[in-house]
Design a protein around this ligand. Structure first.
Ligand code: UGA
Length: 443
């Protein structure tokens, strides 16, 4: 039999897990979040989300107040608590290769497998190399005291940072990778409130479920690099990549989403996922099939270099001693995440060439400072642009798009701006006396 109203544990309460735990409680389940990180558990238990995610803080407080959600570092308690255990720990890039580091995933599954003593379902949500779930299934079977009563399923997560709550409660689709009908029925019980909203569901085997996730992220990365490759061609021909993207977007088969040219993709997912995928495909002997992902990665890196070129050009050919205002550090707006952030990478490269870089990000200054302590960080847009010789917009926060080019013009030393995210009204800036440059656009 399945648990009709399962008790849920979520192992790993970082970005994905904390969101998942809060949202499962919001769906009406009793939820226990588990992590080895005592600070993280203490913060969440006290009602504080330890990262920036719109809407999550309020929901966490609500769920704690309703008594449906708690947090612990005690894996024995977690093993006893749940009918369904979601594993949401990180799979970062390894220190010495492109492969995903599976240490956290393996220890989470092992910690549960050795402790759980009554029928339960283990559900992997982390992004993993294809074949991991099959391997974990064998490990769980070998280590579990209850044998076949402990089953494993894979349920990839497609949420975006900045929209995490919305994407979890109203996903585009659900994917269940299962090895039995029982596992499918148990997952259907968990997601019943979401399935009731006619959310599409794909039920698959374990390797397909793992592959859906990396294939989706690879496609998105490829789409972004495609338009950025076109930007390179535009730069060589005097064509305008924004008009090009607009014209392409009206073809429904192409579509306009993820076709926005600019500084390219970053974050804790897309870059490491395409690298880990290419690495895994090599191991499987099908490296040629996804060799283009290396190109996708390189196109993405070249955008950062090109942006540095544009700032240097505007500065008159030499960055030494040039004061540059770097607007944005996060890998995208509405996030404080600076992992593999194009913005911060550009700021770092400008500084390496001798520019005096002043960074302002509405939310990510603290994380950025931890990553690159040598850059100068300030607390407002105005401070950042004061006396700047070149302004570089690197993350498209609304605050930057809404700023008045005349007012900013009064503060800078020289009205020169590079719009790395195509987020500004070029005509307005030019009317206000700015020299405006963007990637993939004629000067
Ligand atoms: C991405 C996927 O979109 C999610 O579906 C997936 O669940 C998640 O990774 C994950 O694997 O966990 P996320 O990293 O939050 O989500 O951010 P995105 O909104 O996908 O943006 C990724 C990067 O692409 C950002 O740096 C963004 O600035 C850039 N981007 C996006 C562009 O350069 N151009 C575009 O047109 C769109």
């Amino acid at each position: 039999p399945i648990a009709e109203h399962p008790r849920i544990t979520v192992v790993g309460v970082g970005y994905l897990g904390a969101t998942h735990a809060v949202c499962m409680a919001a769906l009406g389940f009793d939820v226990l979040g588990v992590d080895v990180d005592e600070d993280k558990v203490a913060e969440l238990a006290a009602g504080r989300v330890p990262f920036f995610e719109p809407g999550l803080q309020e929901k966490l407080s609500e769920m704690l107040a309703e008594g449906r959600l708690s947090f612990t570092t005690d894996f024995d308690r977690a093993a006893d608590f749940g009918d369904v255990h979601f594993v949401c720990v990180g799979t970062p890039q390894s220190d010495d290769s492109d492969a995903a580091d599976l240490t956290f995933v393996e220890s989470a599954f092992e910690a549960l497998a050795t402790r759980i003593r009554s029928k339960a379902l283990l559900v992997g949500k982390s992004t993993v190399p294809i074949g991991t779930a099959d391997r974990l299934t064998r490990m769980v079977a070998a280590r579990s005291p209850i044998g076949a009563d402990l089953e494993l399923a894979w349920n990839p997560e497609f949420l975006r940072e900045g929209f995490a709550v919305e994407d979890t409660l109203h996903p585009d689709r659900l994917v269940f990778g299962v090895a039995s009908e029982w596992a499918e029925r148990q997952l259907r019980a968990v997601y019943a409130p979401i399935l009731e909203e006619d959310t599409p569901l794909v039920v698959a085997d374990l390797p397909t479920a793992e592959l859906v996730k990396v294939a989706a992220n690879s496609f998105l990365a490829t789409k972004i690099s495609y338009i950025n490759a076109m930007a390179e061609v535009c730069e060589a021909t005097g064509a305008d990549v924004d008009l090009l993207a607009e014209a392409l977007s009206f073809d429904d088969r192409i579509g306009g989403r993820f076709l926005k040219p600019g500084l390219g993709f970053g974050g804790g997912c897309l870059p490491k996922d395409i690298r880990a995928f290419a690495h895994r495909a090599d191991e499987l002997g099908v490296g040629d099939a996804v060799a283009f992902l290396h190109e996708v990665d390189e196109i993405n890196t070249r955008r950062r270099l090109r942006l540095v070129d544009l700032v240097r050009e505007l500065a008159g050919g030499d960055l030494e001693g040039t004061r540059v205002a770097a607007l944005g550090a996060a890998f995208k707006p509405n996030s404080d995440d600076v992992r593999d952030a194009p913005a911060l990478d550009v700021a770092r490269m400008l500084s390496l060439e001798g520019a005096e870089v002043v960074v302002y990000d509405p939310e990510a200054n603290e994380n950025a400072h931890r990553t690159y302590p040598d850059l100068d960080y300030v607390d407002s847009l105005e401070e950042a642009v004061t006396d700047a010789e070149v302004v570089a917009l690197l993350t498209e926060w609304d605050e930057f798009g809404e700023a008045d080019p005349f007012a900013l013009g009064e503060l800078v030393n020289t009205r020169r701006i590079v719009d790395g995210r195509h987020a500004l009204d070029a005509d307005k800036y030019r009317d206000a006396g700015w020299e405006y440059r963007a990637l993939g656009q004629p000067a």
